[in-house]
Design a protein around this ligand. Structure first.
Ligand code: NAG
Ligand code: NAG
Ligand code: NAG
Ligand code: NAG
Ligand code: NAG
Ligand code: NAG
Ligand code: NAG
Ligand code: NAG
Ligand code: NAG
Length: 848
């Protein structure tokens, strides 16, 4: 909930909303004991920020009493009184009754909502109920006493100044509850609030009980599950209070009461199963999503079960048992169902045990843990060692160095690794299970071993990657994201430095003075509003992409590479230079790069029409893509990929080809992006084993499972892409959830039935301009590309020829490399057992 996010641009501080909030002189912000508010009338807070009155949600006819931002359209409701009792008609009104309750009732006396009876013995009868500029609606007694306030009874929205959490003296639990749907404010299935058992943590729960997401215990600086939370800054301050009388989180923006006062408008909202932070950007036309939690599968509560740890650095969520543990149910684990978690290899012996450090993690569920903030971490270790039921310990605070103590004595649940940040957790292991050279020694960083015994190759592919990742994680990286942009105010002019290409030749063999611009970090930050959420174009396997505008007005796309790269500066620049040399009409042009500390960025030309997935998977926009355009796009992608594989001086395997990586220029010409980011390969024969970075759904089986990739893995992804363009459907990939079949198996089935045209996108069929022969050829080529055995798949040269040549005679495809119909009835014996590679059956769950 509380990741403060990157600093907001200074522009946000400008008095942006002043004009919106010129309130009519007649409006009042108070109802007194003798007045009432009827439907049609509203209260307006003194500064004109919020409005209270009756409203009808979209797609509903009922009336509700609520509070919304004044002047922001569309109407954004932040609080609702009668959530559970919709009003029909417009005769209801709100008044304060004789015993000091706010009562929403109609003339017949039917009560739709009321506040609890006030204890008036100390404060006297209420003098009125006032709507404040903070959005709080307060029932006031004599002498300013607060008898009741809407901030104590949140709906789905947390506003600046509101408290999320507990008043322990009264037992009041302030938590968010979703609306059932956009048109129905009645309480939905999800809640977000703090659980006080053990060490307090925020939970999103379904049906009031089932945990969906957990933000982790407070560590003095941030919640353990949100290492990206930044320290207080001038735009955003937050506070977590945990003492004998209160446990709550609260935030303020712009150093003031939130909205109004010419400040930033910002709100948190529980939107189904996600907590989201929205801001209204400067001069914006609507809300921008700033962040949303849970962020990925690893955030799903207990995704990897007990003693399992989740990691997304491979591009998708992967579970591994903590070192010293093995999957409790190996069979399910192989099928990527890790909910059963892991069991200990060697029983604890109590006296001779040691500790294994897990670095950079989200601390496990603390519901059953105990905290002692008064002791040191060393004392914590001793305390754990001395108690046979202690299974792990960690510092309870990392503010100004590690201190305090959290002790776990029940299974460790919901651990995840973070690419940067995160905390240290010390897990108790039998001496024999500790890594040979370390009993928690701080030098030792290798902590997780992968225990999935699919095959030796898989172990090399995935396990090697974990080791690699661990080896290069360093503790110093912890708060870098917080400090990185601290010098944002000093605006440094754009002073590009040219990197000289030392080689004498370019692609065409002519002498060249190819220059790659080295952009200044501050210029990039400025051009993207400091990587503001509203400038985010997308998120790829290698990092997020932002739209930016350079000083001259040129639009660019900035790819902020994920922090997993271990490359040195020289190596990075060399690769950038190589990528910049890859120039083709069907490739996005690289303009330059930016290096700042550990941060690496690539700057590309900006593509007006964004990415292909915005078109083919969108009901409305897909109609714009007639068959001939789709066919052109397929040919263009094939041409670009052929160039990468074969025609460029360097053989480049893309490794993450997908609809989101095909960009469209203003004339809808396709351009492949993100090429060469994975690595530039000089040799062209062998396949390579590296960490898996692609996108599930597009990955060939040998790559997804064994980490083996070659040009043929790209060919596989191309085949999937062609089927998606033809059908307008996303390949949900290898997710086997009962009847749902993947695009590949559907295409294969229709092809075998001689009915491949049925695959064609409705929108194309409706236009009626397609050529059936071209469609069929595309499907056949695509199926050839997705065959299971890499050797069976054609090279891109053959693919390109086959697509462009109507008279080409094509071989019959064999079954595709993935089936999701495992277990479903099949008349074809060969087909029903095709989900195997290396004699191991694997189902991979798609990463969203
Ligand atoms: C409300 O009405 C009562 C009786 O008419 C009167 O005594 C009281 O002063 C009024 N209160 C306010 C706040 O106007
Ligand atoms: C005022 O409203 C509360 C809540 O509905 C109710 O319990 C109470 O009896 C009401 N008082 C009077 C005098 O009607
Ligand atoms: C009302 O307030 C008085 C004085 O603060 C207190 O003595 C009394 O117990 C309270 N009554 C209730 C029902 O809370
Ligand atoms: C942020 O500032 C507020 C107000 O100055 C303070 O109460 C709070 O503790 C600070 N929060 C953090 C995390 O330092
Ligand atoms: C707990 O913290 C809150 C906010 O800082 C403060 O108002 C309250 O008095 C504190 N309670 C105790 C018992 O220290
Ligand atoms: C909920 O989230 C979706 C997708 O992020 C967004 O379109 C929608 O507007 C959100 N609803 C609210 C009430 O913020
Ligand atoms: C526990 O381990 C220690 C050291 O390895 C050993 O000396 C001791 O005998 C073991 N105790 C049991 C009960 O196995
Ligand atoms: C906490 O302990 C209870 C009772 O032993 C157990 O049912 C529950 O699963 C535990 N929860 C966690 C998160 O360890
Ligand atoms: C050991 O830890 C358990 C669980 O936290 C606790 O109940 C028990 O009192 C502890 N024993 C000692 C001797 O501290």
């Amino acid at each position: 909930m509380a990741a403060a996010g990157a600093r907001l641009p200074l522009a946000l501080l400008l008095p942006l909303f002043v004009t919106f909030f010129a309130s009519p002189a007649s409006a009042t912000d108070t109802i007194t004991a003798n007045s009432s508010l009827s439907d049609g009338q509203t209260l307006v807070s003194a500064g004109g920020v919020f409005q209270l009155g009756f409203f009808t949600p979209a797609s509903s006819t009922a009336r509700f009493l609520g509070i919304w931002y004044m002047g922001l359209a569309p109407q954004t409701v932040v609080w609702v009184a009668n959530r559970e009792a919709p009003i029909t008609g417009t005769t209801a009104s709100l008044a304060i009754n004789a015993t000091g309750s706010l009562v929403l009732a109609d003339p017949s006396g039917r009560v739709f909502w009321s506040s609890p009876q006030s204890n008036m013995s100390s404060t006297g009868s209420p003098v009125g109920a006032q709507l404040l500029d903070s959005g709080n609606f307060v029932l006031q007694g004599g002498g300013g006493a607060v008898l009741w306030q809407s901030f104590d009874y949140p709906s789905d929205t947390l506003l600046p100044g509101m408290k999320l959490g507990w008043d322990l003296t009264t037992g009041l639990d302030r938590h968010l509850t979703t609306w059932r749907s956009t048109g129905d404010p009645s309480p939905g299935d999800y809640t977000f609030g703090f659980d006080l058992r053990g060490v307090p943590e925020g939970f999103i729960r379904r049906d009031g009980t089932v945990p969906v997401y957990r933000n982790g215990p407070w560590n003095g600086l941030q919640f353990s599950g949100e290492p990206e939370m930044e320290p207080n800054n001038s735009n955003f301050q937050f506070e977590f209070v945990d003492n004998a009388s209160d446990v709550y989180y609260t935030f303020l923006v712009d150093g003031g009461g939130g909205s109004g006062n010419g400040g930033v408008v910002s709100r948190f909202v529980l939107n189904q199963s996600s907590v989201q932070r929205y801001v209204w950007p400067p001069g914006g036309q609507g809300w921008s999503l700033y962040w949303s939690l849970p962020r990925d599968q690893c955030d799903n509560y207990a995704h990897c079960g007990a003693f399992g740890a989740c990691d997304t650095s491979g591009g998708s969520a992967a579970c591994a048992c903590v070192h010293g543990f093995t999957p409790a149910s190996p069979r399910d684990w192989e099928l990527r169902d890790s909910s059963a978690g892991c069991r200990r290899l060697t029983r604890l012996n109590c006296t001779g045990d040691g500790f294994l450090p897990l670095r950079g993690v989200k601390l496990p569920d603390t519901t059953n843990a105990t905290e002692d903030a008064t002791i040191t971490v060393d004392q914590c270790r001793q305390r754990c060692l001395a108690n046979c039921s202690c299974l792990a310990y960690a510092a309870s605070s990392i503010k100004g160095g590690d201190s305090g103590c959290i002790i776990w004595s029940s299974p460790l649940i919901d651990i995840r690794h973070f690419p940067s940040g995160g905390q240290d957790l010390f897990v108790r292991l039998a001496a024999s299970d500790l890594p040979s050279d370390g009993d928690g020694s701080r030098k030792k960083n290798v902590v997780v071993a992968v225990v999935v015994s699919l095959s030796a190759v898989l172990l090399v592919g995935v396990g090697g990657f974990f080791l690699w990742k661990k080896l290069f994680r360093n503790k110093a990286g912890r708060f870098q994201s917080a400090q990185r942009f601290s010098s944002f105010d000093s605006s440094v002019p754009l002073t590009p430095v040219q990197l000289q290409d030392r080689s004498k030749e370019d692609e065409a063999g002519q002498s060249s003075d190819l220059n790659v611009t080295l952009f200044d970090m501050d210029a990039i930050a400025l051009s993207t509003d400091n990587f503001a959420a509203w400038n985010k174009l997308g998120e790829g396997g290698f990092g997020a992409v932002y739209k930016g505008q350079l000083e001259g007005g040129q639009a660019v796309a900035v790819k902020r590479l994920s922090k997993y790269s271990t490359q040195g500066l020289g190596e990075f620049k060399n690769e950038v230079m190589l990528i910049a040399k890859l120039q083709h009409v069907n490739l996005v042009r690289l303009l330059g790069c930016c290096v700042h500390g550990e941060e690496r960025m690539l700057v590309y030309e900006y593509m007006e029409n964004k990415s292909l997935d915005n078109f083919i998977f969108d009901k409305n926009r897909s109609a714009q893509l007639h068959w001939s355009k789709r066919f052109d796009i397929i040919l263009g992608i094939a041409r670009g990929l052929l160039y990468l594989h074969q025609d460029s001086r360097y053989k480049v395997i893309h490794r993450d080809l997908k609809a989101g990586n095909i960009l469209l220029d203003k004339d809808m010409n396709p351009k492949i992006s993100d090429f060469g980011v994975a690595r530039i390969f000089g040799d062209d024969t062998d396949s390579h084993t590296r960490k898996v970075v692609g996108t599930y759904g597009y990955m060939s089986p040998e790559y997804a499972m064994d980490g083996v990739f070659s040009v043929k893995s790209d060919v596989f992804s191309f085949g999937v892409l062609v089927l998606e363009i033809v059908s307008g459907r996303k390949n949900r990939g290898m997710y086997s959830s009962g009847e749902q079949t993947s695009l590949l198996s559907q295409a294969w089935r229709l092809w075998r039935e001689g009915n491949a045209l049925a695959l064609l996108d409705e929108a194309v069929v409706r236009a009626g301009t397609h050529r059936s022969s071209e469609v069929l050829r595309c499907v056949q080529v695509a199926l050839l590309c997705v065959q299971e055995r890499p050797d069976d798949r054609p090279h891109m040269a053959a693919v390109f020829l086959a697509l462009g040549n109507p008279s080409a005679v094509l071989p019959q495809p064999r079954h595709p490399g993935y089936c999701t119909d495992r277990g479903s009835a099949s008349t074809d014996g060969e087909w029903s057992s095709t989900c195997t590679v290396n004699d191991v059956t694997v189902t991979i769950v798609e990463g969203r």
